[in-house]
Design a binder for this molecule. Sequence first.
Ligand code: M3L
Ligand code: AKG
Length: 370
Amino acid sequence: MSAITDVNKFDRALNIKFENGTSLSVEDCWLRDNCRCSSCYRSDTFQKANYLLELSGIKISTFKFDACNLYIEWNDKHQSTYEASFLIKFQYDKWKDSRKLRPILWKGVDIENKIAKVHAREFLNTESGAITVFKSLIDYGVALIDQVGVSLEATEQVCKALGGVQHTLFGGMWQFTSVQDHADTAYTNLPLAVHNDNTYFNEAAGLQILHCLEHSNGEGGETILVDGFFGATKLKNEFPEDFEFLTNFNLDAEYLEDGHHYKYSAPVINVDKEKNLEQIRFNVYDRSPMAFSSGEECRSYYRALWNLSTYYQNTDCQWKFKLYPGLVMVMDNFRVLHGRTAFTGNRIVCGSYVSRSDWLNKARALKLIQ
Ligand SMILES: C[N+](C)(C)CCCC[C@H](N)C(=O)O
Ligand SMILES: O=C(O)CCC(=O)C(=O)O
């Protein structure tokens, strides 16, 4: 499939054609920078050995090819060999497409039958179990791991397998009840409208993991999840000017507690250069007061948040369910909003955050993403 069929030189680039019809134009600087010989590339650390500036004056002297390789001799007599299977990966459109995440939008309770629900032993001990959980997180932003030992220690094992425990001011592995151990309503029995955590951090937690260890002598405390990307997409279609505002306006958020004052400012809806959704930072509670450049900007701020929250507060868009001892819920805090209903009685929840880098690392190691 990736056999080289032709190579031609145009100015300081080589145009390479492959058997499957792919054609690729690569500049001399790129080729030399990506030389894989032992003096240019350390195969033991997967790092480049060149400093890069040494490449500024290099030119291709001669080149030849066969089906499997491209061979280049440079003007400094250096020799490079490139495997066809390496080169073909860098055809721009295919390279860009291979890096895209393809979230599957969801609305409401139907998601319950689509997400992964995997036995703890299968998740922890089998690659297929891990793949099922991480694929569910990539597709839907939610996964369930069942039959986990009802303890902080057993939950920690799951958190480590999801990428590792991320430490914040709340701790690494945390356990919370309605005792106000921190200046936050999570540490109460009050209801929490759906939100993303950590809008006051430069980088919000990647995953949030919750395990209800106990809920006795009371009721309520149901978990509510909603797909933040579904709501943002509805806003884009129905209120495009509000979508535009929330992707450009930096909203201030803060967390205040004795000895702590976290503050960060970022758009509520974050998109990449192609306007693909990357992150939702929606938390009505942690917004800090802001000055506005005009009455119009102020009114846009409130209108856009109101219109976005109509989707997130719409019970048809929400999935409400009760966590039980042994069931661990994992959700992508960059995408899925979570909340809870008020509760009475003694409710003990434990879990942790996992950084986005760390959980995507696991997904990439499982070859689920590039
Ligand atoms: C208990 N646990 C550590 C998970 C949460 C702590 C409070 C998080 C805060 N309400 C926020 O939305 O960022
Ligand atoms: O108590 C719960 O179920 C969730 C609390 C919450 O929203 C949070 O910790 O961010």
